[in-house]
Design a protein around this ligand. Sequence first.
Ligand code: ACO
Length: 332
Amino acid sequence: MTGAAVLGGLGSALPSRLVTNEELSESLDTSDAWIRSRTGIRQRYWVRGESTGDLAVTAGRHALKSAGVDAVDLVVLATTTPDHPCPATAPEVAARLDLGPVAAYDIAAVCSGFVYGLASAAAHIEAGLVDSALVIGAETYSTILDPQDRTTSVIFGDGAGAVVLRAGEAGQCGALLGFDLGSDGSRRDLIVVPGGGSRARTAPVDAPPAGRYFTMQGKPVFRHAVERMAQSARNVLARAGWTPGSVDSFVGHQANVRILHAVCDQLDLDRDRAVTDLDRVGNTSAASIPLALSRAAGEGRLAAGDRVLLAAFGGGLTWGSTALVWPDIPAL
Ligand code: ACO
């Protein structure tokens, strides 16, 4: 038995194609002013031929380098946009990173996937099943967006972020101080890709591709996101023995700056404690929290010793939170 899973490395990857609000306004009935004021997003990156696995490999390589290791015992990849419905993408990512015959699997918890992945890998480490893990959140939502749907196309971006976890002690910087995870499958209709699964397996080749596109009911999702992230954050803060006021940085799922501010208000936390990355990358689903961590650490916004709170919310519905004292690691 070990004490805790400790954050030991951090990496990220973005595709090369920058898509501005102005570019989207050329093909959709929208505007830079609407997108910025309603979401806080000013640009995002979309893949041009790259896959989720490609981004995951790059982010994973950076995280391994940041941790100063070239081997781990486990790879967990959180994604809603795997390279194929079958098999999982994680084994191929592990192979491409030359990690040998390690355990590797995908986690599908939509935008909460990275926090679910952290919890899963931390549980393996705390149970003594493995000594180290690479946890990756990687997405290519641009491949499942309806290009005619202005309510979703302007919001989502592609990218990947990754961390290395290793066995350590609960008292050390970087130790994950517990988790709060939850779901409400009765509201699965709010965020759904209707086709491609066992309920609507394969569309006829001449059928319109509507069922394969991502759909979201923005307004109720907004309300659930605020309530669930705030409650989940409260639960994990209680577990860590922290007051909301003692949190230095709140790294919430990067869906909408208004959601991040509303969660801060509910927690009685100054809004400037919220780390914001969605202005640069949009909503990158399972990649959003590790991408925000990478940017904040790279810019010196996260300093060693800071109290950091993570909270995620996504389709399912799913949500999850964790907390840690920030370690002294480079973000690559
Ligand atoms: N450009 C211009 N107008 C638009 C656009 C657009 N891109 N999108 C919608 N509108 C219009 C609507 O048609 C509507 O017009 P109407 O009043 O004439 O009917 C008006 O703007 C207001 O639309 P709302 O949907 O009420 O806009 P809202 O302020 O709620 O913002 C948004 C929409 C950004 C989607 C918001 O609801 C939101 O952020 N929801 C939460 C998303 C989220 O948290 N996702 C996380 C999980 S995602 C996952 O798990 C994968």
